[in-house]
Write a protein of this length. Structure first.
Length: 376
C-alpha cells in the first residue's frame, strides 16, 4: 500500500506540469513510473510537443533557445537539456504569437520560393513533352501550383489522353516506375519528384481554382494548412485519400455556408475543423456547391456508394471522393485538431516559444525541400 501511495502521489505531481494528456501519454507516464524510468528523457516523451519545461524552486523557468544549422533543409532551433526537441522553422524566436499570427507565419514559411516555382514549371514542361510522345493529342495543365506544398507530390490534369490503361508502358522509357492506381491515376517519379496524372472531366478546373482563391479571403492559407495536417496522416495525395481539388471544394463549401462578417484565417480554418469534425453527417449529407447558400442546410447525399460525397461543381454526377476510402478517418482527425487549437482560437497569446500549430503539425513529417531562405 505504501508503494502504491507513493506512485500515486508522484503520478499526480507529474501530471500537474501539463494541461492536457491523452490516454497514450498516460500510458507512457505509467510505464515510466512502473519501470523506474522517470527522468527527463522519459517525461519528454509524454509532455506536449515543444512545451518542455522544468520546475525549480516552485517556479517554471523557460529553457534557452539556441540556433542550429538547417536540419533537412529547414531552419530549426533546439532547446538545451530537453533531449534535443526541434522547434519548427516557422516559429519566430522571442515573440508571443496568437493563432492568427502563427497561421500567417506558417503559410509564409511554406510558400514556394522563386526557385521552387521555376523547378516545378520545368518538371511540368518536361512531363508534358514525355506525355506528348505517348499521347500526341494530350493536353497537360498544373492547376494546383498556387496551393502546393514544397516538395509534395505534383498533381497534373490531363485532357484528351484517352484510356490510361497502357499509359504506364508508354511512359516507361521516359520516367521511372510508372504505375496505374485503382482510381485511374498514373503515378511515377521524374527527376526525384513524384508526379501524378489524372484525367479531367472538364477544362475549367484551373480557372475555377484561381477564381476561388481570388474571391474567397484566406482560402489559400486554409487549404495549405489542411494539406499539411492530412499529409502527415497519409490522408491526401495517396491511394484512398483526398486530392487537392476535393479539399478546395470542401473549404469553399464551409465558407459559403458559414460565411461571417469577420473572416480571418483562424476563423475559416476553425470553422472547417468544427464542421467536418462534428456538424457534418457523413452518412446522410453531401457537398454540392450548386445547392449551397449562406445559412442553408447541407444537401442530401447523392452518391451513397462512398463514405464521403463531394460533388464536382462542374458536373454533379461526378463524386470527387469516390475512391477516398480513407475518408472515414477525417472526422476524428479534425476533432483532435479543433480541440488542440480551441484554447488559442480567441486570440490568446501562447507561451513565449510555443507554436499553436506545432500541437497538430509534426514539422519533421512535412515534405523536405532543398531550397529555403532562413527566417529573420
Amino acid at each position: 500500500k505504501a508503494t502504491v501511495s507513493v506512485l500515486y502521489w508522484f503520478f499526480v505531481s507529474k501530471m500537474m506540469q501539463v494541461e492536457e494528456a491523452s490516454l497514450g501519454q498516460l500510458a507512457v507516464c505509467l510505464r515510466g513510473l512502473v519501470y523506474g524510468n522517470t527522468g527527463k528523457k522519459a517525461s519528454g516523451q509524454w509532455l506536449p510537443a515543444f512545451q518542455h519545461q522544468e520546475v525549480k524552486d516552485g517556479k517554471e523557468r523557460e529553457k534557452k533557445v539556441r540556433s542550429l544549422p538547417q536540419v533537412g533543409g529547414r531552419p530549426t532551433h533546439r532547446r538545451k537539456g530537453d533531449g534535443g526537441s526541434d522547434v519548427p522553422g516557422w516559429v519566430v524566436g522571442g515573440s508571443r504569437v496568437t493563432l492568427r499570427e502563427d497561421i500567417d507565419n506558417f503559410v509564409e514559411y511554406m510558400k514556394l520560393t522563386e526557385e521552387e516555382v521555376w523547378e516545378r514549371a520545368d518538371v511540368v514542361r518536361s512531363v508534358g513533352h514525355c506525355l506528348s510522345l505517348a499521347k500526341p493529342d494530350a493536353i497537360l495543365s498544373d492547376p494546383y501550383c498556387d496551393v502546393a506544398l514544397p516538395g509534395s507530390r505534383i498533381d497534373l490534369i490531363v485532357r484528351n489522353a484517352g484510356d490510361f490503361t497502357h499509359l504506364p508502358t508508354l511512359l516507361l522509357p521516359h520516367v521511372e516506375t510508372p504505375q496505374l492506381s485503382p482510381d485511374g491515376t498514373v503515378t511515377f517519379t521524374f527527376r526525384k519528384h513524384t508526379v501524378c496524372l489524372k484525367q479531367a472531366s472538364s477544362t475549367e478546373i484551373a480557372p475555377i481554382i484561381k477564381k476561388y482563391l481570388s474571391e474567397i479571403p484566406h482560402l489559400r492559407s486554409t487549404v495549405i494548412l489542411l494539406q499539411a495536417i492530412l499529409l502527415q496522416c497519409n490522408l491526401i495525395n495517396t491511394v484512398g485519400g483526398l486530392d487537392i481539388w476535393t479539399l478546395v471544394v470542401m473549404a469553399v463549401s464551409v465558407y459559403v455556408r458559414y460565411t461571417s462578417v469577420e473572416n480571418t484565417p483562424a476563423r475559416l480554418f476553425m470553422d472547417f475543423l468544427a464542421c467536418f469534425g462534428w456538424a457534418f453527417d457523413y452518412s446522410r449529407q453531401g457537398i454540392d456547391l450548386n445547392m449551397l447558400s449562406s445559412g442553408s442546410s447541407w444537401p442530401e447525399k447523392q452518391h451513397r456508394e462512398s463514405f464521403l460525397c463531394v460533388c464536382d461543381p462542374l458536373d454533379a454526377r461526378i463524386n470527387l471522393s469516390q475512391h477516398a476510402y480513407k475518408a472515414q478517418q477525417l472526422g476524428a482527425t479534425f476533432q483532435y485538431c479543433y480541440v488542440s487549437l480551441s484554447k488559442w482560437e480567441n486570440g490568446n497569446p501562447t507561451h513565449r516559444y510555443v507554436s499553436p500549430l506545432a500541437n497538430i503539425i509534426a514539422h519533421k513529417k512535412l515534405p523536405a525541400r532543398t531550397l529555403r531562405p532562413s527566417r529573420s
